[in-house]
Design a protein. Structure first.
Length: 109
């Protein structure tokens, strides 16, 4: 389970740090609708999944770790062409973590 969490995290970090004009980035944006709002939905989904995977793999410090990952990827995007970061994206990352944590608490995993 830990190996899967690490691989998913690596893929997420690689994807979120690709330049915004790469076709895979543009295509994923189009699939979600291509707006700032649908981009935020993508952030919520990605960070919810990461939180659930890491929670199952290693319960200690999961929420803090995924929040730090979200902050780090947002800061890194400032340095990447055709990408950018903003507080709304970081908030969407945090919302994904919060939703996943609430689901975990409700399901008592």
């Amino acid at each position: 389970m830990l190996g899967g969490a690490l691989i998913l995290t690596l893929v997420a970090v690689l994807f979120t740090t690709l330049p915004g004009n790469y076709e895979i980035v543009l295509a994923s944006s189009r699939v979600l609708g291509g707006t700032e709002f649908t981009d935020a939905i993508g952030h919520v989904a990605l960070f919810a999944v990461l939180t659930l995977v890491w929670y199952r793999a290693a319960r200690m410090f999961v929420v803090v770790g995924v929040v730090i990952l979200g902050l780090t990827t947002e800061l890194a995007q400032q340095l990447i062409p055709e990408r950018g970061s903003n507080i709304a994206d970081f908030a969407a990352n945090g919302l994904g973590v919060s939703l996943a944590w609430a689901l975990v608490r409700l399901r008592r995993w």
